[in-house]
Design a protein around this ligand. Structure first.
Ligand SMILES: [Zn+2]
Length: 117
């Protein structure tokens, strides 16, 4: 089977547009817009409080507590791959291959990838 990867680490998946199709990434591998609200330390005001309170901050600049996992194919290495993506925009944060390895309880697993980024 011949083909070309339509995903890259650090960039939106699916590309362009990411999840929902409306995200913008001016620089490849850089921040994805719109960004979330930055911190306000003024607890007593009506200013928006920070949305950056998740466990993980992605290369896209978003904050999240869990990743989206997509099954894809890596044509360069001829193996299936699990794409671990920001669950807002879909920016690919890292990969695990073969895909099945993400589901196992070993050092290449999804659980390990989240615990030891
Ligand atoms: Zn994101």
């Amino acid at each position: 089977m011949a083909g070309q990867n339509d995903w890259t680490v650090g960039n939106l998946y699916p590309s362009p547009g990411g999840i929902g199709g409306f995200w913008k990434q001016p620089d490849p591998g850089g921040l994805v817009y719109p960004q979330q609200v930055r911190a306000s330390s003024d607890y007593l005001s009506v200013k928006p409080f920070s949305e950056l309170t998740g466990s993980f901050i992605g290369s896209c600049g978003h904050s999240f507590n869990q990743v989206y996992v997509f099954r894809e194919y890596d044509y360069d290495n001829d193996v299936s791959v699990a794409l671990l993506c920001c669950n807002l925009c879909g920016c690919v944060q890292r990969t695990i291959s073969p895909f099945e390895a993400a589901l196992m309880g070993n050092e290449g697993s999804l659980q390990n990838a989240l615990l030891y980024p």
